[in-house]
Design a protein around this ligand. Structure first.
Ligand SMILES: Nc1ncnc2c1ncn2[C@@H]1O[C@H](COP(=O)(O)OP(=O)(O)O)[C@@H](O)[C@H]1O
Ligand SMILES: [Mg+2]
Length: 271
């Protein structure tokens, strides 16, 4: 079963081009999107959620063209956490999570129904943020704030959750904590999760499906164990490294001699 399909999407925005993006996101699974900075990962997410309009091609969500969804219906189907930037409004955790219920409200309707309260509580408990529900967002640590943002996305009651670099500003313990939480949500609620990750070990260990993007092109797709190898690192990141799997975790060993040789080529710049 496919949750999302993109067919031959192209996008031309000035200096940047996405070319023939065709991919299927399996329903009820975790898909990780990886690739160098500026390769087009966030842009692909914005095309899926219709925040950006493609130049040509088509996006299908549950087999229906994405542009045939009303904005309201789309936000009842997909929730997306953009890359975390500073400047969240100064709300309490509960107020933030309550925003997740907006797609179910009429214009200017603010009162929470019993059903809303139940879902907000469920999202707070699932993300272990119930204990901070009355705290202001700026008083939380990075990990706590990220869990509160995820609670807001969960309160949207969608079956597809998209996260753009959810772990980028967290330490390794909080990164793993978040990945475990997302895995639990995927397994218990069969939620389709799509996330951009930079850590290849975590991408491999926590996703069923991996999509690698470089220069606006999908360069590789498949199960992590099938595609994550030495050639992959060369093709996607231009690095020379060995890959060995220890269970689901790949161990990546860069050829440091070669890295140093390359660095010496630039050494005059830094001396
Ligand atoms: N709104 C925009 N207008 C013009 N260029 C953009 C816009 N958004 C992104 N880009 C450019 O598109 C390219 C891909 O960006 P992005 O999808 O954010 O990459 P990634 O998420 O892989 O780091 C970059 O060169 C970026 O500068
Ligand atoms: Mg990005």
């Amino acid at each position: 079963m496919t949750a999302i399909q993109t067919k031959d999407i192209t996008l031309d925005i000035g200096h940047f081009h996405l070319k023939d993006i065709s991919c299927s996101i399996p329903a009820g699974k975790i898909t990780a999107i990886v690739g160098p900075n500026g390769s087009g990962k966030s842009t692909i997410l914005k095309l899926i959620t219709q925040l950006t309009k493609q130049t040509s091609g088509q996006v299908y969500i549950h087999n229906k063209q994405a542009n045939q969804y009303s904005l309201k219906k789309l936000s009842q189907t997909i929730s997306m956490l953009p890359q975390s930037k500073e400047g969240l409004p100064d709300l309490t955790v509960k107020e933030l999570v309550a925003y997740g219920r907006s797609p179910y409200k009429k214009l200017f309707e603010h009162r929470l129904t019993k059903e809303d309260e139940k879902i907000i509580d469920w999202a707070l408990n699932l993300t272990d943020t119930k204990k901070y529900e009355h705290r202001l967002l700026h008083t939380l640590s990075g990990g706590e704030r990220q869990r509160a943002r995820i609670a807001m996305a969960l309160a949207q009651s969608t079956d597809i959750l998209i996260l753009d670099e959810p772990t980028t500003f967290l330490d390794i313990a909080h990164q793993l904590d978040l990945m475990e939480m997302l895995q639990h949500i995927n397994e218990h609620y069969r939620m389709t999760i799509i996330m951009v990750l930079h850590d290849l070990q975590q991408a491999a260990a926590y996703s069923h499906h991996l999509i690698a993007v470089k220069n606006g092109l999908i360069q590789a797709m498949g199960s992590p164990a099938a595609i994550l190898n030495s050639q992959f690192l060369q093709d996607i990141y231009d690095i020379d490294a060995k890959v060995q799997f220890d269970g689901e975790f790949p161990i990546i060993i860069p050829n440091t001699k070669k890295l140093r040789r390359n660095r010496n080529g630039y050494s005059h710049k830094y001396e």
